[in-house]
Design a protein around this ligand. Structure first.
Ligand SMILES: [Zn+2]
Length: 253
């Protein structure tokens, strides 16, 4: 397989011609299992479930990126093959277990097989982010995720999480505005202590860029009307927060 072909499976860049101070990321956009890595011994049900990807996250990210006329870099392979929001040294970059599911194809993985995941999935993703930043010079990075409403059999009441690491500027501004009428909380249901702020640290904080990670409960968008309502509320909160910080965007669509 050529390097270009690998790149095309590992990562997708959309809206690169957009003119915006914002760059959107969506690491867990896909539940594609590229043939060279196989299906990890998982049933179709598990490959469709939230452990393999973030359902609806790519749709939300595309709507927001479209509204802001901004580029979007999204992962092209299941996070069970390699989780692009984790560094190679993190054990859960290639998880042997995800929530209640064992991942057979990740058990006792050889060093060479793990390295092939890093080379085939993680590095192309990071390269695409670097290239897009070089081309579009964003001031802001926003990464879009979704989470399951029931985790380890316990229901979650939080609807939208506004997550940050050491730089909370944009998260603070969004939390001050809120997100529509949604139950919106800081670093909930995940926070930096869970290792989820890798992309923010690597791609944004290291460059001094404003940043936030948005986690949406994946049962909020079961139909077009509710998807539209959610994306409008997120766009208004984000564009308003950026305006509060002196950054003008095309904003909500
Ligand atoms: Zn995610």
């Amino acid at each position: 397989m050529t390097d270009m072909r690998r790149m095309s499976q590992a990562v997708h860049v959309e809206g690169a011609q957009g003119v915006s101070p914002v760059l959107f990321l969506c690491e867990h956009a896909s539940n594609h299992f590229p043939g060279e890595f196989g299906d990890l011994g998982l049933s179709g049900d598990v490959r469709q479930s939230h452990v393999a990807w973030d359902p609806h996250a790519l749709t939300i990210a595309r709507r927001l990126a479209g509204g802001f006329n901004a580029p979007l870099v999204s992962g092209g392979a299941s996070r069970l093959i390699y989780d692009c929001n984790r560094p190679p040294e993190a054990p859960d970059a290639v998880p042997e277990q995800s929530e209640i599911y064992a991942i057979p194809g990740n058990q006792a993985l050889s060093e060479a097989a793990r390295e092939a995941r890093v080379e085939g999935i993680y590095h192309p993703f990071c390269q695409a982010v670097d290239d897009t930043i070089a081309a579009s010079a964003p001031q802001v990075i926003v990464t879009i995720h979704t989470f399951t409403p029931v985790y380890f059999n316990r229901p979650r009441s939080v609807e939208i999480g506004i997550l940050h690491d050491s730089d909370s500027r944009l998260a603070d501004a969004m939390l001050a505005r809120g997100v529509g009428g949604y139950d919106t909380r800081r670093n909930d249901p995940y926070g930096p202590e869970h290792g989820v702020t890798h992309s923010l640290r690597l791609h944004a904080i290291a460059r001094g860029l404003l940043n936030v990670m948005i986690e949406v409960r994946n049962d909020l968008t079961p139909d077009e009307d509710r998807m539209t309502r959610l994306c409008r509320a997120l766009s208004l909160s984000l564009s308003g927060a950026l305006a509060d910080m002196g950054i003008t965007t095309r904003g909500a669509a």
